[in-house]
Design a protein. Structure first.
Length: 497
């Protein structure tokens, strides 16, 4: 009998040892691929975190946090999480549902009586759950926080002036302002600011001591990645975006060392240290499909993954990949990006954070980790996904070149610089100021200005000064029959006061 136990123990040891050796070899190969991919995409710095079966397989920094300082990225370097914050906000709401302070089916106006959309019926019928599923009928309204210094409540109040794009639950438009509204409800029913609530009820129990809900908190940490933008072959460091006014939609910051705790928590169905934070019922609501996303509105990577379904739960995108059920979400702000990807059936999670705008190496590494750890293939995801996005870049370059050929050289403006200066207004968005200093400039929020260089006639090329990049839009000025001057920006008309 003793011999039998010894043999069993020896077999178990050899099995664990063999697995350990195998995974070690896998991770070394994966580590080389990650660094090679980072260089292929010219990403200054990033972190990659992999967890499996409650164990951290990889938690590592690559490259530099800043091309100017040369500070090396490590597992404690803070990166912007962007919209991967949304799942945390949904979890925070689930905590309050468990406590009976709010229900998913509650009308939004039950908790925010002043809340109003352009359509009275949608205002009345919109539920708390609708805030998380991107199908309220409201179109894109991100200019309210990207170009203005409005408070969260002012942003939410202003959406009443925006006509809806489609009927309630009758379409899909990715929507940050609805998540900002969810944050206000969390504040209303909990009696705490959203950032304080999520810190106390999620970050602290999980031991995420370095994670910050707001940029203002993250800026106290010197070990922080800075954002970058690629201009031709140059990597340019830019200022950080400020998403604190829509914090519950995308303002959190974290590190590789901290974010692994969040992944383990989600993969363990909201259990930490043996204690359940969110009920099984509400955890299932968080992660079940709630709307179908049209294939045309999904990520371009679907060209390669070829999913049979694409859906959204509460703060998570869902799709199938090689027979596996995948939950993921991206986060993007100017100069930074992140992605979290989970395969719950295999208790596998990966989180990638980068400090370069539009660096879709994040998608590539997510699928590479899935393949590598689960034995699903050996595709060169970095090269294949880069070919897709390089194609987009070529198309964009052709569009800019075609626009240049349409430019009438030396065509003078008939509206003088003096006449252009002044205050302009849009009923939905509010006021903007145009003034001349060293260059003609649209003054937006305190950290956002659009410089205007003459293009031809009364048209100007806009460039976001702080981010050193084109707005992607020409700014057209016009004088009507009564002599009133107006201009269009991102499809919105502003009239001079």
């Amino acid at each position: 009998m003793m011999v039998r136990y010894v043999l069993i123990a020896l077999f178990s040891f050899l099995t664990i040892y063999s697995w350990s050796q195998d995974i070690s070899s896998q991770l070394e190969e994966l580590d080389r691929y990650i660094e090679s991919s980072r260089q292929q995409w010219q990403v200054p710095g990033m972190t990659v975190t992999i967890v499996k079966d409650g164990v951290t397989l990889l938690s590592k920094g690559y490259g530099v946090a800043s091309v100017e300082s040369g500070a090396v990225v490590d597992e404690n370097t803070l990166f912007m999480l962007g919209s991967t914050t949304k799942a945390m906000t949904a979890a925070a709401m689930a905590l309050l549902v468990d406590e009976g302070k709010v229900n998913w089916t509650d009308r939004v106006t039950t908790h925010l009586p002043w809340f109003q959309l352009h359509d009275p019926y949608v205002t009345r019928e919109l539920t708390v759950k609708d805030l998380f599923t991107h199908n309220s009928g409201l179109g894109n309204t991100d200019m309210l926080w990207t170009l203005w210094d409005y408070s969260t409540e002012e942003i939410v109040r202003r959406i009443s002036k925006k006509p809806l794009s489609y009927s309630l639950r009758g379409g899909y438009t990715y929507q940050n302002i609805m998540y900002a509204t969810a944050g206000l409800i969390i504040e209303e029913v909990s009696g705490q600011e959203w950032s304080a609530f999520i810190h106390k009820r999620i970050y602290q129990p999980l031991g995420m001591d370095s994670t910050c809900a707001l940029r203002s908190c993250a800026f106290k940490n010197k070990n922080r990645a800075t954002p970058h933008y690629k201009s031709d072959d140059d990597i340019i460091q830019i200022i950080d975006s400020n998403a604190d006014s829509i914090g519950s939609a995308g303002s959190a910051w974290s590190s590789s060392a901290d974010i692994q705790k969040w992944m383990k928590f989600v993969l363990d169905t909201a259990v930490v240290d043996g204690q359940r934070l969110i009920s099984k019922e509400n955890f299932e609501i968080l992660h079940s499909p709630h709307i179908i996303i049209p294939k045309s509105s999904f990520y371009p990577t679907a060209q390669l993954t070829k999913p049979h379904f694409t859906a959204y739960s509460l703060g998570w995108f869902l799709h199938d990949y090689k027979g596996e059920y995948v939950q993921f979400h991206t986060g993007s702000l100017n100069g930074s990006g992140a992605i979290i990807g989970l395969v719950p059936d295999h208790n596998l999670g990966v989180y990638v954070m980068v400090n370069l705008e539009s660096a879709e190496v994040r998608h590539a590494l997510m699928y590479k980790v899935f393949d590598h750890i689960l034995g699903l293939g050996d595709r060169d995801w970095s090269t294949d996904i880069k070919s897709i996005y390089d194609g987009f870049a070529v198309t964009s370059k052709k569009r800019r070149k075609r626009r240049s050929t349409e430019r009438v050289a030396n065509a003078p403006a008939d509206i003088s610089i003096d006449e252009l200066q002044g205050v302009y207004t849009n009923d939905f968005l509010g006021d903007l100021i145009i003034e001349m200093s060293d260059i003609l400039r649209i003054n937006c929020r305190q950290d956002r200005h659009i410089t205007l260089s003459h293009w031809h006639y009364n048209t100007y090329m806009g460039k976001i000064e702080e981010y050193k990049q084109d707005t992607g839009d020409l700014v057209d000025f016009d004088r009507d029959a009564s002599g009133e001057i107006s201009f269009s920006l991102y499809g919105y008309e502003f009239k001079k006061k």
